[in-house]
Design a protein around this ligand. Structure first.
Ligand code: ADP
Ligand code: MG
Ligand code: MG
Length: 252
């Protein structure tokens, strides 16, 4: 589904990603871990097509196409979803309006008829329940005045209604208390499917107690320093990132 080869990315002429190689197949869950500042969010943002990231080398193919050629809306229509580490507030735009517009854009792209208001509400209410969210959150401006936990749940709600092929979740677990973490993890787990790939960007391994990844990668100084199975995440919890950082510096 996604093939990243030797990806180099700079921000303001500062090299951040320095040769990422990663292959992600449908049905897989990958965890991208690593210390603060290692480039996790940069990788997520580049895949989603956010501005201000300069790809200086390498390539990214998504379902066989050159992903980097596609504008961000095109990527979303083609099934790529990014949940932000810091979800954006959109004053004046009701949450339900944004969700419906996004869902119908995806449906039109797939050649499916748009959902009308009644069918859409039925769809979204089921997902709200799954995420333990109050209906009133649908009618408020997107993320405006939402608590940290409500914003994170809202990101997963968006994913649940959009049914992306490739979901990239950037620190969706950060700042959640244990109950909210379980709800969010449950929402993500419910999205596991043979047709879908999920990339969990996380600093801590606790989310991976609830969602067991197929592959774990550790980013260090803009490179994947280590890849393994879920046991790697447990190792990191025990020993921290220091030893990987030291090795990465040694190699660089
Ligand atoms: P992580 O998500 O792993 O904590 P980031 O991808 O957010 O790491 O950041 C990686 C590095 O890139 C950091 O050194 C950060 O300061 C730098 N960086 C990220 N975004 C910008 C930006 N817009 N301008 C300048 N530096 C940035
Ligand atoms: Mg960070
Ligand atoms: Mg980050």
């Amino acid at each position: 589904m996604l093939e990243i080869r030797n990806l180099h990315v700079s921000v303001d002429d500062k090299p951040i990603l320095r040769g990422i190689d990663l292959t992600i197949r449908a049905g897989e869950v990958h965890a991208i871990m690593g210390p603060n500042g290692s480039g996790k969010s940069t990788l997520a943002h580049v895949l989603a097509g956010r501005d201000n990231y300069a790809v200086t080398a390498g390539e990214v193919r998504y379902e066989g196409r050159n992903l980097l050629d596609l504008p961000p809306e095109e990527r979303a229509r083609n099934g790529i979803f990014l949940a932000f580490q810091y979800p954006v507030e959109i004053p004046g735009v009701a949450n339900i309006y944004l969700l419906k517009a996004a869902v119908n854009a995806r449906r039109l792209h797939r050649g499916e008829p748009e959902l009308d208001a009644v069918d859409f509400l039925a769809l979204v209410k089921g997902k709200l329940q799954l995420m333990g969210m109050d209906t009133s959150l649908l009618y408020r401006a997107v993320n405006e005045g939402f608590s940290g936990g409500e914003k994170k749940r809202n990101e997963i709600l968006q994913m649940a209604v959009l049914e992306p092929k490739l979901a990239i979740l950037d620190e969706t677990d950060s700042g959640l208390d244990i109950d909210a973490l379980q709800v969010v993890a449950g929402g993500i787990s419910a999205m596991r499917s043979p047709e879908r790939a999920i990339v969990l960007v996380t600093h801590y391994q606790r989310l991976l107690n609830y969602i067991v990844p197929d592959h774990v990668h550790v980013l260090s100084q803009g490179r994947i320093a280590l890849s393994g199975g879920r046991e790697l995440a447990l190792e990191l919890e025990k020993h921290g990132y220091g030893w990987i950082e030291a090795e990465a510096s040694h190699q660089a």
